[in-house]
Design a protein around this ligand. Structure first.
Ligand SMILES: Cc1cc2nc3c(=O)[nH]c(=O)nc-3n(C[C@H](O)[C@H](O)[C@H](O)COP(=O)(O)OP(=O)(O)OC[C@H]3O[C@@H](n4cnc5c(N)ncnc54)[C@H](O)[C@@H]3O)c2cc1C
Length: 350
C-alpha cells in the first residue's frame, strides 16, 4: 500500500469540500471494496475521506416510497420490514451478495459504486484500459467467461458486479447526491455508463459528488431477484435478474426488468418489458420476452453460455414473480440444478 492521508468527515459539506479539490482524494464508507483495491495496488488515493460517521443511516417514508440513507448497511436494509414487504427484490438482491460480515460493513452508497471484478482489472501486471487507460484490454483475447454480452466496446468488456444495482435499476430508483455544484437527483439507470473509449469512468458522478440517499418510488406490485453464480454463496453473478411487475387484474400493467452480470451497467430490457404489457402471464409469453431480451446479445469467446442461462433465468424469475410457479430455491438464489434448462456447459472458472 502507498501512503495516504486519512480524514474523518463530520458533515456532508465537509466531506465534499475535502474530496472535490483534490484529484486523488476519495470517499470511503464501509471500505469493503475500496481497501481491497488499495491492497491490490489498483487504487492509490492521496486522501481517504471517511464518511462512516455522517448522519446518512436512516430509512424514512417518502411520498409513497422510501428514502434509504447512503450510509445504511446492506444488512440493515435487507432486514428492514418495509423493504422486505414492499420491495423484496432489494432485500433478495442484497442477501445474495458477499457474506454476513461484509454486508454488516458494506453500505448502500458504496455497493453500486464498487468496481468491476474483472481479474485483469485487479492485476496490475495485465493491460487494462479501465485501470490504465490506453494499455489495452487483456480480457478481449483472454479468458472472458465472466464478461459482457451487451454494450461492450473494443476498449473494455468488463461487467458491473453489484446485485443491489440491478434491483434499483428495475425499480427506477433515484440517487440523491450533493457535490461541488450542489444537490441533484439522478435516475438510477443513468448512474452507470457504458465503457465506450473511456472505460476508466464507471459512473456519471462528478469527482467529489457524494451519494446521500437512494429513493425507492411508490410501487404496488410484486418484485423478485434471482442470481446464478459458480458457488451457492460468496460469489458474484454470472447472470442475475430483477423483475418488478404491476398487474391490472389478470393482465400486466407495467413490467420492469433488469439483468446483472451481462454489461458495464445494470441492463434494462425495454423490448421484453413492452412485450409483457397488456398480456396475461404465461410461460409462452415469458419465453417470448426472454428471446427479445437477448436478441442483441454479442457473446465473446467464452461467455456464450450466458445467453441460454440468462434466458432461462429471466423466464424463471417471471414465473415466480407472477405466481405461476413457487420459488425454486431460497429467495434470490437460482440453482443451476433446480431450474429447468439452466444447467449447461460451464467453462472452467478463471
Ligand atoms: C469477498 C467479497 C464478495 C462480495 N460479493 C458481492 C456480491 O456477490 N454482490 C455484490 O453486490 N457485492 C459483493 N461484494 C461487494 C460489497 O458488497 C461491496 O464491497 C460493498 O457493498 C461496498 O460498500 P462499502 O460501503 O464497503 O464501499 P467502500 O469500499 O467504502 O467504497 C466503494 C466505492 O464507493 C465510493 N463511495 C462509498 N460511499 C459513497 C457515497 N456515499 N458517495 C459517493 N461515493 C461513495 C468509494 O469512494 C469507493 O469508490 C463483495 C465484496 C467482497 C470483498
Amino acid at each position: 500500500m502507498h501512503p495516504f492521508q486519512y480524514q474523518r468527515a463530520t458533515s456532508t459539506a465537509q466531506a465534499v469540500a475535502a474530496v472535490a479539490p483534490e484529484p486523488g482524494a476519495t470517499f470511503i464508507a464501509g471500505g469493503t471494496s475500496h481497501l481491497d483495491l488499495m491492497k491490490e495496488d489498483v487504487h492509490r488515493p492521496s486522501r481517504l475521506v471517511d464518511i462512516s460517521l455522517l448522519p446518512l443511516k436512516q430509512i424514512t417514508a417518502l411520498a409513497g416510497g422510501l428514502r434509504l440513507g447512503a450510509g445504511v448497511s446492506n444488512t440493515a436494509a435487507a432486514a428492514h420490514p418495509e423493504i422486505q414487504r414492499r420491495y423484496p427484490v432489494v432485500s433478495e438482491a442484497l442477501l445474495t451478495g458477499a457474506s454476513t460480515q461484509i454486508r454488516n460493513a458494506a453500505t448502500l452508497g458504496g455497493n453500486p459504486l464498487q468496481r468491476t471484478r474483472c481479474p485483469y482489472f485487479r492485476d496490475p501486471a495485465q493491460p487494462c484500459n479501465k485501470r490504465a487507460p490506453g494499455s489495452g484490454c487483456a480480457a478481449l483475447g483472454g479468458i472472458n467467461r465472466g464478461h459482457a454480452l451487451f454494450g461492450a466496446s473494443d476498449a473494455c468488456v468488463a461487467i458491473h458486479p453489484s446485485d443491489l444495482a440491478v434491483a434499483l435499476a428495475a425499480l427506477d430508483a433515484v440517487v440523491q447526491t450533493t457535490g461541488p455544484r450542489g444537490p441533484r437527483a439522478i435516475p438510477f439507470p443513468e448512474l452507470h455508463r457504458l465503457p465506450g473509449a473511456t472505460p476508466q469512468v464507471d459512473t456519471t458522478l462528478a469527482h467529489g459528488e457524494l451519494i446521500t440517499a437512494i429513493d425507492l418510488p411508490a410501487f404496488a406490485g410484486r418484485s423478485h431477484y434471482l442470481k446464478v453464480r459458480d458457488r451457492a454463496s460468496y460469489a458474484f453473478a454470472l447472470v442475475s435478474c430483477a423483475v418488478a411487475l404491476e398487474m391490472d387484474g389478470e393482465h400486466v400493467r407495467r413490467a420492469r426488468l433488469a439483468l446483472g452480470g451481462v454489461a458495464h451497467k445494470p441492463w434494462r430490457l425495454p423490448a421484453a418489458e413492452a412485450l409483457l404489457v397488456g398480456e396475461k402471464p404465461s410461460e409462452k409469453l415469458f419465453r417470448a420476452a426472454a428471446d427479445a431480451a437477448f436478441a442483441d446479445a454479442r457473446p465473446l469467446e467464452h461467455n456464450a453460455y450466458k445467453i441460454p442461462l440468462g434466458r432461462n433465468l429471466l423466464v424463471q424469475a417471471l414465473l415466480e414473480t407472477s405466481g405461476l410457479q413457487a420459488l425454486a430455491g431460497p429467495a434470490g438464489t437460482a440453482f443451476a440444478a433446480s431450474v429447468g434448462g439452466l444447467a449447461g456447459t460451464f467453462p472452467a472458472p478463471y
